[in-house]
Design a protein around this ligand. Sequence first.
Ligand code: IPM
Ligand code: MN
Length: 356
Amino acid sequence: MKSNNRNYKIAVIPGDGTGPEVIREALKVLDTVSKKNGFKLELTHFDFGGERYLKTGKVLTDKEAAGLKKFDAILLGAVGHPDVKPGILEKGLLLKIRFDLEQYINLRPVKLYPGVWTPLRDKGPDEIDFVVVRENNEGLYVGEGKFINKGKKNEIAIQVSRNTRKGVERCVRYAFEFTRKRNKRKKLMLCAKTNVLTYAHDLWWRVFNEVAKEYPDVQTDYAHVDATCMWMVKNPEWFDVIVTDNMFGDIITDLGAMIQGGMGIAAGGNLNPEGVSMFEPIGGSAPKYTGKNVINPLAAICAGGMMLDSLGESESAAQVENAVMTITKNKLKSLSAGKMGYGTDEVGNLVVGALA
Ligand code: IPM
Ligand code: MN
Protein backbone atom coordinates (compact mmCIF):
# COMPACT_ATOMS: atom_id res chain seq x y z
CA MET A 1 0.00 0.00 0.00
CA LYS A 2 1.03 3.55 -0.60
CA SER A 3 2.23 5.49 2.39
CA ASN A 4 0.73 8.65 3.69
CA ASN A 5 1.38 10.95 6.64
CA ARG A 6 4.46 12.23 4.86
CA ASN A 7 6.16 8.90 5.37
CA TYR A 8 7.33 7.74 1.96
CA LYS A 9 8.59 4.32 0.93
CA ILE A 10 11.42 4.73 -1.54
CA ALA A 11 13.05 1.97 -3.57
CA VAL A 12 16.69 2.84 -4.19
CA ILE A 13 18.50 1.21 -7.12
CA PRO A 14 22.06 2.59 -7.18
CA GLY A 15 22.90 0.38 -10.19
CA ASP A 16 26.22 0.26 -11.98
CA GLY A 17 29.40 2.29 -12.30
CA THR A 18 29.20 5.69 -10.70
CA GLY A 19 25.50 5.14 -9.87
CA PRO A 20 26.18 4.24 -6.23
CA GLU A 21 28.43 7.29 -5.72
CA VAL A 22 25.90 9.78 -7.00
CA ILE A 23 22.98 8.09 -5.26
CA ARG A 24 24.87 8.28 -1.96
CA GLU A 25 25.08 12.07 -2.35
CA ALA A 26 21.44 12.36 -3.42
CA LEU A 27 20.39 10.43 -0.33
CA LYS A 28 22.50 12.69 1.85
CA VAL A 29 20.64 15.70 0.49
CA LEU A 30 17.25 13.99 0.77
CA ASP A 31 17.99 13.04 4.36
CA THR A 32 18.84 16.65 5.21
CA VAL A 33 15.80 18.16 3.56
CA SER A 34 13.41 15.55 4.99
CA LYS A 35 14.62 16.23 8.54
CA LYS A 36 14.47 19.96 8.00
CA ASN A 37 10.87 19.83 6.75
CA GLY A 38 9.50 17.05 8.89
CA PHE A 39 8.81 14.15 6.54
CA LYS A 40 10.27 10.67 6.39
CA LEU A 41 11.83 8.64 3.62
CA GLU A 42 11.88 4.94 4.33
CA LEU A 43 14.58 3.54 2.03
CA THR A 44 14.87 0.03 0.63
CA HIS A 45 18.01 -0.70 -1.38
CA PHE A 46 18.06 -3.10 -4.33
CA ASP A 47 21.20 -4.49 -5.97
CA PHE A 48 19.76 -4.75 -9.48
CA GLY A 49 22.36 -4.07 -12.15
CA GLY A 50 25.38 -5.42 -14.00
CA GLU A 51 27.22 -6.94 -11.02
CA ARG A 52 24.23 -8.97 -9.94
CA TYR A 53 23.54 -10.03 -13.50
CA LEU A 54 27.12 -11.30 -13.94
CA LYS A 55 26.85 -13.27 -10.69
CA THR A 56 23.32 -14.66 -11.02
CA GLY A 57 22.26 -14.26 -14.65
CA LYS A 58 19.20 -12.36 -13.45
CA VAL A 59 18.48 -8.80 -14.54
CA LEU A 60 15.04 -8.11 -13.12
CA THR A 61 12.37 -10.77 -12.78
CA ASP A 62 8.67 -10.10 -13.30
CA LYS A 63 8.18 -10.61 -9.60
CA GLU A 64 10.89 -8.13 -8.67
CA ALA A 65 9.47 -5.57 -11.08
CA ALA A 66 6.01 -6.08 -9.62
CA GLY A 67 7.49 -5.69 -6.13
CA LEU A 68 8.51 -2.15 -7.02
CA LYS A 69 4.85 -1.21 -7.32
CA LYS A 70 4.58 -1.24 -3.52
CA PHE A 71 6.76 1.83 -3.20
CA ASP A 72 5.88 5.48 -3.41
CA ALA A 73 8.77 6.21 -5.74
CA ILE A 74 12.00 4.78 -7.12
CA LEU A 75 15.39 6.46 -7.24
CA LEU A 76 17.75 5.00 -9.83
CA GLY A 77 21.49 5.66 -10.18
CA ALA A 78 22.80 4.31 -13.47
CA VAL A 79 22.49 1.29 -15.72
CA GLY A 80 25.31 -0.09 -17.90
CA HIS A 81 28.29 -2.36 -17.21
CA PRO A 82 31.41 -2.74 -19.40
CA ASP A 83 31.32 -6.56 -19.12
CA VAL A 84 27.65 -6.89 -20.06
CA LYS A 85 26.61 -6.83 -23.70
CA PRO A 86 24.89 -3.54 -24.56
CA GLY A 87 21.12 -3.79 -24.44
CA ILE A 88 20.74 -6.46 -21.78
CA LEU A 89 20.60 -4.17 -18.77
CA GLU A 90 19.02 -1.29 -20.66
CA LYS A 91 16.17 -3.50 -21.84
CA GLY A 92 15.98 -5.85 -18.89
CA LEU A 93 16.14 -3.26 -16.15
CA LEU A 94 15.52 0.33 -17.19
CA LEU A 95 13.01 -0.26 -19.98
CA LYS A 96 11.38 -3.13 -18.10
CA ILE A 97 10.65 -0.89 -15.13
CA ARG A 98 9.39 1.89 -17.40
CA PHE A 99 7.08 -0.55 -19.22
CA ASP A 100 5.96 -2.84 -16.37
CA LEU A 101 5.14 0.09 -14.10
CA GLU A 102 3.52 1.98 -16.98
CA GLN A 103 5.70 5.02 -16.50
CA TYR A 104 4.31 6.51 -19.65
CA ILE A 105 5.88 9.96 -19.31
CA ASN A 106 9.55 10.81 -19.38
CA LEU A 107 9.79 14.32 -17.99
CA ARG A 108 13.01 16.13 -18.79
CA PRO A 109 13.52 19.70 -17.64
CA VAL A 110 16.10 21.60 -19.65
CA LYS A 111 17.11 24.46 -17.43
CA LEU A 112 20.39 26.31 -17.39
CA TYR A 113 21.30 27.06 -13.80
CA PRO A 114 23.21 30.21 -12.87
CA GLY A 115 26.97 29.96 -13.28
CA VAL A 116 26.75 26.93 -15.56
CA TRP A 117 28.61 27.02 -18.86
CA THR A 118 26.55 26.37 -21.97
CA PRO A 119 27.99 25.83 -25.45
CA LEU A 120 25.38 28.32 -26.72
CA ARG A 121 27.04 31.69 -26.89
CA ASP A 122 24.81 34.62 -25.86
CA LYS A 123 22.27 32.37 -24.13
CA GLY A 124 21.82 32.30 -20.38
CA PRO A 125 19.40 31.05 -17.71
CA ASP A 126 16.68 33.39 -19.04
CA GLU A 127 16.84 31.79 -22.46
CA ILE A 128 17.28 28.13 -21.55
CA ASP A 129 14.35 26.97 -19.46
CA PHE A 130 11.91 24.51 -20.95
CA VAL A 131 10.63 20.98 -20.39
CA VAL A 132 10.40 18.00 -22.71
CA VAL A 133 7.50 15.61 -22.17
CA ARG A 134 8.61 12.38 -23.84
CA GLU A 135 6.27 9.44 -24.38
CA ASN A 136 7.96 6.60 -22.50
CA ASN A 137 6.12 3.35 -23.23
CA GLU A 138 5.58 3.10 -26.99
CA GLY A 139 6.93 4.08 -30.38
CA LEU A 140 10.14 2.45 -31.59
CA TYR A 141 10.90 1.29 -28.04
CA VAL A 142 8.32 -1.52 -28.02
CA GLY A 143 10.90 -3.90 -29.51
CA GLU A 144 8.60 -5.15 -32.24
CA GLY A 145 10.05 -6.19 -35.57
CA LYS A 146 11.79 -8.94 -37.45
CA PHE A 147 14.59 -9.92 -39.77
CA ILE A 148 13.83 -11.36 -43.15
CA ASN A 149 16.67 -13.35 -44.73
CA LYS A 150 18.95 -12.60 -41.80
CA GLY A 151 22.61 -12.55 -42.75
CA LYS A 152 21.87 -12.82 -46.48
CA LYS A 153 22.53 -10.26 -49.18
CA ASN A 154 18.82 -9.54 -49.47
CA GLU A 155 18.33 -9.09 -45.73
CA ILE A 156 15.56 -6.84 -44.46
CA ALA A 157 15.29 -5.60 -40.87
CA ILE A 158 11.97 -4.22 -39.75
CA GLN A 159 11.54 -2.18 -36.57
CA VAL A 160 8.01 -1.20 -35.69
CA SER A 161 6.94 2.09 -34.14
CA ARG A 162 3.79 1.27 -32.22
CA ASN A 163 1.59 4.21 -31.28
CA THR A 164 -1.77 3.62 -29.67
CA ARG A 165 -4.41 6.28 -29.42
CA LYS A 166 -4.60 5.60 -25.70
CA GLY A 167 -0.83 5.93 -25.29
CA VAL A 168 -0.54 9.07 -27.36
CA GLU A 169 -3.57 10.68 -25.80
CA ARG A 170 -2.51 10.17 -22.20
CA CYS A 171 0.90 11.61 -23.00
CA VAL A 172 -0.47 14.61 -24.87
CA ARG A 173 -3.05 15.21 -22.16
CA TYR A 174 -0.37 15.10 -19.48
CA ALA A 175 1.64 17.63 -21.50
CA PHE A 176 -1.32 20.02 -21.73
CA GLU A 177 -2.03 19.75 -17.99
CA PHE A 178 1.64 20.24 -17.20
CA THR A 179 1.91 23.26 -19.49
CA ARG A 180 -1.14 24.84 -17.95
CA LYS A 181 0.34 24.56 -14.47
CA ARG A 182 4.02 25.23 -15.19
CA ASN A 183 4.04 29.01 -15.54
CA LYS A 184 2.37 31.89 -17.29
CA ARG A 185 3.78 31.18 -20.73
CA LYS A 186 1.50 28.22 -21.46
CA LYS A 187 3.06 27.24 -24.76
CA LEU A 188 3.02 23.62 -25.85
CA MET A 189 4.76 22.44 -28.99
CA LEU A 190 4.34 19.08 -30.65
CA CYS A 191 7.63 17.80 -32.06
CA ALA A 192 7.18 15.07 -34.68
CA LYS A 193 7.81 14.33 -38.34
CA THR A 194 4.38 14.44 -39.93
CA ASN A 195 5.82 14.89 -43.41
CA VAL A 196 7.47 11.46 -43.36
CA LEU A 197 5.93 9.35 -40.58
CA THR A 198 2.53 9.57 -42.21
CA TYR A 199 0.90 6.93 -40.00
CA ALA A 200 2.49 7.25 -36.58
CA HIS A 201 2.70 10.99 -36.51
CA ASP A 202 -0.57 11.52 -38.26
CA LEU A 203 -2.09 9.97 -35.15
CA TRP A 204 0.00 12.24 -32.92
CA TRP A 205 -1.05 15.30 -34.95
CA ARG A 206 -4.75 14.44 -34.80
CA VAL A 207 -4.73 13.62 -31.09
CA PHE A 208 -2.72 16.75 -30.28
CA ASN A 209 -5.23 18.97 -32.06
CA GLU A 210 -8.23 17.18 -30.58
CA VAL A 211 -6.96 17.51 -27.02
CA ALA A 212 -5.91 21.12 -27.66
CA LYS A 213 -9.58 22.07 -27.98
CA GLU A 214 -9.99 21.32 -24.26
CA TYR A 215 -7.15 23.69 -23.39
CA PRO A 216 -8.00 27.02 -25.04
CA ASP A 217 -5.69 28.77 -22.57
CA VAL A 218 -2.66 26.86 -23.90
CA GLN A 219 -1.03 28.18 -27.03
CA THR A 220 -0.05 25.36 -29.38
CA ASP A 221 2.67 25.03 -31.94
CA TYR A 222 4.27 22.37 -34.10
CA ALA A 223 7.78 21.71 -35.42
CA HIS A 224 9.36 18.78 -37.18
CA VAL A 225 12.05 17.09 -35.12
CA ASP A 226 14.90 18.31 -37.33
CA ALA A 227 13.69 21.89 -37.06
CA THR A 228 13.25 21.41 -33.30
CA CYS A 229 16.96 20.57 -33.03
CA MET A 230 17.78 23.68 -34.97
CA TRP A 231 15.69 25.94 -32.75
CA MET A 232 16.93 24.32 -29.55
CA VAL A 233 20.38 25.54 -30.49
CA LYS A 234 19.49 28.84 -32.14
CA ASN A 235 16.47 30.06 -30.14
CA PRO A 236 15.93 27.91 -27.05
CA GLU A 237 13.97 30.79 -25.49
CA TRP A 238 11.09 30.00 -27.85
CA PHE A 239 10.28 26.82 -25.94
CA ASP A 240 8.11 26.35 -22.88
CA VAL A 241 6.98 22.71 -23.11
CA ILE A 242 7.67 20.24 -25.93
CA VAL A 243 5.74 16.98 -26.27
CA THR A 244 7.14 14.24 -28.46
CA ASP A 245 7.36 10.50 -29.05
CA ASN A 246 9.75 8.09 -27.37
CA MET A 247 12.57 8.01 -29.93
CA PHE A 248 12.60 11.69 -30.79
CA GLY A 249 12.33 12.48 -27.08
CA ASP A 250 15.38 10.35 -26.39
CA ILE A 251 17.41 12.24 -28.96
CA ILE A 252 16.32 15.82 -28.30
CA THR A 253 16.73 15.43 -24.54
CA ASP A 254 20.41 14.62 -24.98
CA LEU A 255 20.70 17.81 -27.02
CA GLY A 256 18.80 19.49 -24.20
CA ALA A 257 21.19 18.09 -21.61
CA MET A 258 24.13 19.57 -23.50
CA ILE A 259 22.71 23.08 -23.70
CA GLN A 260 21.88 23.01 -19.99
CA GLY A 261 25.47 22.19 -19.09
CA GLY A 262 25.88 18.46 -19.63
CA MET A 263 25.10 15.11 -18.08
CA GLY A 264 26.40 16.30 -14.74
CA ILE A 265 23.22 18.26 -14.16
CA ALA A 266 20.53 16.58 -16.31
CA ALA A 267 17.82 14.75 -14.41
CA GLY A 268 14.62 13.10 -15.48
CA GLY A 269 11.50 11.44 -14.19
CA ASN A 270 9.80 8.33 -15.55
CA LEU A 271 6.29 9.08 -14.46
CA ASN A 272 3.20 7.05 -13.94
CA PRO A 273 0.96 9.86 -12.73
CA GLU A 274 -1.47 7.27 -11.38
CA GLY A 275 1.18 4.88 -10.04
CA VAL A 276 4.84 4.59 -9.12
CA SER A 277 7.39 6.88 -10.75
CA MET A 278 11.15 6.52 -11.08
CA PHE A 279 13.70 9.31 -11.02
CA GLU A 280 17.21 9.22 -12.44
CA PRO A 281 20.18 11.26 -13.51
CA ILE A 282 20.01 10.79 -17.28
CA GLY A 283 23.73 10.21 -17.80
CA GLY A 284 25.22 6.74 -17.98
CA SER A 285 27.25 4.68 -15.52
CA ALA A 286 30.56 6.30 -16.56
CA PRO A 287 32.74 3.22 -15.86
CA LYS A 288 35.99 5.11 -16.32
CA TYR A 289 35.19 7.42 -13.41
CA THR A 290 33.87 4.72 -11.10
CA GLY A 291 35.16 4.84 -7.56
CA LYS A 292 37.30 7.92 -8.19
CA ASN A 293 35.07 10.41 -6.36
CA VAL A 294 35.15 12.75 -9.35
CA ILE A 295 31.70 12.32 -10.88
CA ASN A 296 29.19 15.14 -10.52
CA PRO A 297 26.31 14.13 -8.23
CA LEU A 298 24.13 17.17 -9.03
CA ALA A 299 22.04 15.32 -11.64
CA ALA A 300 21.22 12.63 -9.09
CA ILE A 301 20.50 15.30 -6.48
CA CYS A 302 18.18 17.07 -8.93
CA ALA A 303 16.48 13.74 -9.67
CA GLY A 304 15.90 13.44 -5.93
CA GLY A 305 14.37 16.92 -5.99
CA MET A 306 12.02 15.91 -8.80
CA MET A 307 11.06 12.86 -6.77
CA LEU A 308 10.10 15.07 -3.81
CA ASP A 309 7.96 17.18 -6.08
CA SER A 310 6.10 14.11 -7.32
CA LEU A 311 5.53 12.97 -3.75
CA GLY A 312 3.84 16.29 -3.00
CA GLU A 313 6.81 17.76 -1.11
CA SER A 314 7.10 20.66 -3.55
CA GLU A 315 8.47 23.10 -0.97
CA SER A 316 11.36 20.72 -0.28
CA ALA A 317 11.85 20.15 -4.00
CA ALA A 318 12.21 23.89 -4.50
CA GLN A 319 14.70 24.09 -1.63
CA VAL A 320 16.83 21.37 -3.19
CA GLU A 321 16.80 23.12 -6.54
CA ASN A 322 17.69 26.43 -4.93
CA ALA A 323 20.55 24.81 -3.03
CA VAL A 324 21.85 23.29 -6.28
CA MET A 325 21.64 26.69 -7.97
CA THR A 326 23.59 28.31 -5.13
CA ILE A 327 26.35 25.77 -5.65
CA THR A 328 26.48 26.07 -9.44
CA LYS A 329 26.53 29.83 -9.11
CA ASN A 330 29.07 30.23 -6.34
CA LYS A 331 31.19 27.12 -6.05
CA LEU A 332 31.72 24.75 -8.94
CA LYS A 333 34.37 25.55 -11.54
CA SER A 334 32.77 23.19 -14.02
CA LEU A 335 30.12 20.50 -14.06
CA SER A 336 32.40 17.96 -15.76
CA ALA A 337 33.76 14.97 -13.90
CA GLY A 338 37.16 15.74 -12.41
CA LYS A 339 36.94 19.45 -13.19
CA MET A 340 34.48 20.61 -10.56
CA GLY A 341 37.14 21.75 -8.11
CA TYR A 342 35.56 19.39 -5.56
CA GLY A 343 35.10 15.67 -5.09
CA THR A 344 31.75 13.94 -5.51
CA ASP A 345 31.23 13.80 -1.74
CA GLU A 346 32.23 17.44 -1.29
CA VAL A 347 29.65 18.58 -3.84
CA GLY A 348 27.02 16.66 -1.87
CA ASN A 349 28.23 18.37 1.30
CA LEU A 350 28.05 21.79 -0.36
CA VAL A 351 24.42 21.21 -1.30
CA VAL A 352 23.67 20.03 2.23
CA GLY A 353 25.37 23.18 3.52
CA ALA A 354 23.33 25.39 1.22
CA LEU A 355 20.15 23.78 2.53
CA ALA A 356 20.93 24.67 6.12
C1 IPM B 1 17.53 7.44 -21.70
C2 IPM B 1 18.49 6.37 -22.14
C3 IPM B 1 17.73 5.08 -22.40
C4 IPM B 1 16.73 5.38 -23.49
C5 IPM B 1 18.62 3.88 -22.78
C6 IPM B 1 19.66 3.62 -21.73
C7 IPM B 1 17.80 2.65 -23.06
O1 IPM B 1 19.23 6.76 -23.25
O2 IPM B 1 16.96 7.32 -20.61
O3 IPM B 1 17.32 8.40 -22.44
O4 IPM B 1 17.05 5.27 -24.68
O5 IPM B 1 15.60 5.70 -23.14
MN1 MN C 1 18.73 8.73 -23.93
